[in-house]
Design a protein around this ligand. Sequence first.
Ligand code: CAA
Length: 262
Amino acid sequence: MDYETILFEKDGAIATVTINRPKVLNALNRATLEDLDRCFQAIADDPAIRVVILTGAGEKSFVAGADIAYMQHLNPLQAREFATLGQKVMNAIEQLDRPVIAAVNGFALGGGCELALACDIRIAGENARFGQPEVGLGVIPGFAGTQRLPRLIGKGYACELLFSGDIIDAGEAARIGLVNRTVPREQLMSSCREMAGRIAARGPIAVRLCKDAVNNGIEMDLGRACRYEADLFAMCFSSPQQQEGMKAFTEKRPPLFDSDKD
Ligand code: CAA
């Protein structure tokens, strides 16, 4: 499929989506959000893809935010529609039934930080910078940053970042749990591919159901969430992948999860 503002590559079971507007530090305008929306729909329809890596083009930036030049002259209704489109993309990434790893290769500000928050796992290059600087532009985050940030890092740190608009480095982001880990910049993509490869080698149905259990269970009370987990656990036993995984263990060999249709 052709995209105007993103690049899409598939290498075996691993897909890489690269936001490709490096001249504006990969800022998200309407076209980019529409491309991402179409791309994640295509990924959802392709069962051969087991893990997605999301990154930004160029040396400097993951995504430096929603496109300020585009937003500057929006009226309130247009602004609502833009936020709704952005949130649709963030939701599509979060709700994709396969893991998405953000390879944060530089600035992840505003809508860029929100995009990273929608991913399941965030790995940052040492040059990465994070923040929600919207208040400095006289607005609040519109792609669900006020919601996902406190859920991920807790209300105190989230309020500090949201109210101050401060930009923090990769080390601080790791310290407060905003990223899983930092790696040297030149090792960022290889580290993400290595992690994606390890996930892709696991039982694909089990990985999908793990994401389902985490994302849906986290919004429930513990009792209902545990029952939901037990139901998904039971569902695993309807798949030959459960038999293969356990048989391989008893036969002391690696499992072969070669079919996505099991
Ligand atoms: N939108 C549009 N263009 C952007 C952009 C953005 N978010 N961020 C950077 N650019 C453009 C710059 O305008 C510049 O273009 P020109 O060369 O044509 O002037 C180009 O990218 C390079 O940027 P800088 O020259 O500013 O690079 P720098 O290294 O000096 O600074 C930076 C980097 C600190 C990231 C700075 O560009 C910056 O502060 N960007 C804006 C960050 C921001 O406020 N993001 C939040 C946006 S609001 C939002 O995202 C709302 C929401 O939740 C929906």
